[in-house]
Design a protein around this ligand. Structure first.
Ligand code: XMP
Length: 317
């Protein structure tokens, strides 16, 4: 019988046998999968697991600091690397979604590779690959563009000459959460919505600037906080905000404004393959819209995305 406790017990034993005294490096993303993978390997080999958490400058507001703290509290041997500037430089002038993804994947590999090589004699690369990633490792978005080549760092193991260890590659998402719970991961990590590897870069349509990232982080933060406060967060599969490359006219006091439009997106789904737009209460949408326009300078209009997947996708890019 499959139980999370048995899975943990068996996997930890297997990992100990396989890894012995070898060192493992693992990239944490803040998400459920990489966190659970790290906790499992940590239970097996302790400090020989070296975790790296890269700030690509495209995370949610304050996420890097908050998540880094919770990892440290869990006893993980984790190094936070703020490479935001490298990512912004690589993204400058890029507007095509797939060019953005490629640039982010490339910089991530460079940063991660450099950090990993500071660890003496590292032999293994730990990854949080789960079963659905294995079976749909090439899914296509738009003409000829692969999205889940996975977390856009498919070339990592080859480049680093490391053996790969993937303790979750037989599990589905809900099983991963149960295993995480068994390992004592906090609900704040276990209950997180999925978040794309390229982060806010694919939610800022058109060119990325630090200023736009800051605006979107503030909008997204108000939306997510609102969802949490009203208990709606756990009812949706994923939610976020999109900064549109559109200005529209508004009025503030007796001044005409000409500022940015943001779109809010929330969907219900089972696996992300198909999704319905979340029928959030009008009162909630009204409150969040007011909150955003009042508090976030540079935004004077909020719209809500009512498209389902297919034919739309969850992300706009
Ligand atoms: P779409 O937009 O294709 O998204 O409906 C389905 C799910 O995949 C996530 N997504 C990505 N995740 N790298 C990722 O790691 C990507 O390039 C990427 N693109 C989309 C999206 O957030 C949703 O959960």
């Amino acid at each position: 019988d499959w139980t999370p406790a048995h899975f943990v017990e068996d996997t930890v034993r297997e990992l100990r046998e396989k890894l012995g005294d070898d060192k493992v490096v693992l990239g944490l993303s803040g998400g459920v999968d990489s966190s659970v993978a790290a906790m499992l390997i940590h239970r097996a080999i302790g400090k020989n697991l070296h975790c790296i958490f890269v700030n690509n400058g495209l995370l949610r507001k304050n996420e890097f600091e908050q998540v880094l703290h919770s990892y440290k509290d869990l006893g993980l041997n984790v190094k936070g690397v703020d490479a935001s500037k490298d990512f912004y430089v690589a993204l400058a002038g890029k507007t095509d979604p797939e060019h953005k993804r490629k640039a982010i994947g490339r910089v991530f590999i460079e940063v991660f590779d450099k950090e990993a090589h500071r660890i003496k004699d590292v032999k293994w690369l730990g990854q949080g690959t789960i079963y659905p990633d294995v079976i749909e490792s090439v899914s296509v978005k738009g003409p000829s563009a692969t999205i889940k080549s996975h977390h856009n760092v498919g070339g990592l193991p080859e480049k680093m000459h490391l053996k790969v260890v993937e303790p979750l590659n037989t599990l589905f998402k809900d099983e991963v959460r149960e295993v995480g719970r068994e390992l004592g991961l906090p609900e704040t990590i276990l209950g997180r919505h999925p978040f794309p590897g390229p982060g806010l870069a694919i939610r800022i349509l058109g060119e990325i600037t630090e200023e736009k990232v800051r605006i979107l982080q503030n909008v997204d933060d108000l939306f997510i906080k609102g969802l949490k406060k009203t208990g709606l967060y756990d009812e949706v599969w994923q939610a976020g905000a999109i900064l549109l490359p559109v200005q529209s006219v508004g009025v503030m006091g007796d001044e005409r404004t000409y500022e940015n439009v943001v779109a809010l997106r929330a969907v219900t789904s089972v696996d992300g393959m198909t999704a319905d737009w979340a029928h959030l209460p009008y009162e909630f949408l009204a409150d969040v819209s007011n909150d955003i326009i009042n508090k976030v300078k540079g935004v004077n209009r909020v719209v809500y995305d009512i498209s389902s997947k297919p034919p739309a996708t969850i992300e706009w890019e």
